[in-house]
Design a binder for this molecule. Structure first.
Ligand SMILES: [Ca+2]
Ligand SMILES: [Ca+2]
Length: 337
């Protein structure tokens, strides 16, 4: 039986405004097991990180799903009373009850998505539409000029580009060479639902995603604590330098990184914040009964910078319509325990 290695990470604090505009990428506009709350509660009292090891110890037989972590349920805090983007409805902090569940340790990779497509002949929505949204630095200046009218008005660094899809993630002529372990992108919410269903899984709810992000800690900004760069090391793939020009890529990645590049908390979850945004099951507006409602996405992406899109925090959230796709938006799956 594998033993979960624990790292005690000692941490400390950070804070911004703005809007990356990536929530505007709409094509039309340019029976579960009962929770064990007492046990979880008791284990949490033993220390910030120890409860997870204890919990796993008692549920060893169930912690066997490949590349998934068992996330303990119970009553967890989500949201924040110190929102950075009030319009995103990050506040208030609230308590939610969750059952135990499993969550993928990694964002779904191109290799994994290719298996799904090979097995099902699935065609993604971007492939059916014939286009997807690409960040400007992936286009030559000539292409940027030609596609001027296909920019997102509120975020002119996004271009709707023909021929871009998960198979051609960085331009119509690009391919998946050396990107097998990178996250699949240009997948819509509906594509994500189909993939998870094929895998015998489902999308996580926003609360499940956020509880997983928090790694058993309360009121921390990031999965590991409050300090962005413990030990002066990069713990996530975001944007360094000036946005939207001048990505220094100090973290080693100008675009996506491999899905197992940054381990971020005691749940052994990688790239929860940063790398690519992740679809959740939830509606942005629970009363939205339209044909193409907005769904909640979490975690921010490699394009996020504190000065402009400080959304690589566990409490941060954004939205896109179900049929949206872009080069910085992917997903991971959950499964009932
Ligand atoms: Ca980066
Ligand atoms: Ca992510």
């Amino acid at each position: 039986m594998k033993i979960i290695a624990l790292f005690i990470w000692v941490i400390l604090c950070n804070s911004a405004s703005g809007d990356c505009g990536c929530q505007n990428l709409d094509r039309k506009t340019t029976a579960d097991k009962p929770p064990l709350p007492d046990k979880v509660c008791l284990q949490r009292k033993r220390g910030a990180n120890s409860h997870y090891r204890d919990y796993y110890g008692e549920l060893e037989a169930e912690a066997e799903i490949k590349d998934m972590s068992l996330i303990p349920g119970g009553t967890v805090s989500v949201g924040t009373d110190e929102p950075h983007f009030s319009a995103d409805r990050e506040a208030p902090e609230r308590q939610v009850k969750l059952h135990d569940f499993f969550l993928d340790k990694y964002e779904v990779s191109n290799d994994a998505f290719a298996e799904f497509v090979l097995s099902t002949n699935y065609t993604t929505e971007a492939e059916r539409f014939g286009d997807s949204f690409l960040f400007k630095t992936l286009l030559s200046s000539l292409e940027q000029k030609d596609l001027e009218d296909y920019r997102v008005a509120s975020a002119v660094w996004w271009y709707k580009v023909a021929g871009v899809s998960w198979r051609h993630p960085n331009g119509a002529d690009s391919n998946l060479d050396n990107l097998g372990r990178h996250p699949v992108v240009h997948v819509s919410w509906r594509d994500a639902v189909e993939y998870c269903s094929w895998a015998g899984k489902r999308l996580p709810s926003e609360a499940e995603w956020e509880a997983s992000c928090r790694g058993g800690k309360e009121r921390k900004l990031f999965p590991w604590g409050n300090k962005l760069m413990p030990r002066d090391e990069h713990w996530l793939n975001i944007w360094q330098g000036d946005f939207p020009d001048g990505n220094l890529a100090d973290d080693g990645y100008e675009y996506t990184c491999p899905v197992d590049a940054f381990r971020q908390n005691v749940y052994d979850l990688h790239n929860m914040v940063g790398n690519v945004w992740e679809w959740t099951a939830d509606l942005w507006d629970a009363n939205d009964v339209s044909q193409n409602p907005n769904r909640v996405k979490k975690g921010g992406s490699y394009l996020c910078h504190k000065s402009y899109c400080y959304r690589y925090r566990c409490a941060a959230r954004s939205q896109n319509t179900e049929d949206s796709s872009a080069g910085n938006l992917g997903f991971r799956c959950a499964k009932n325990a």
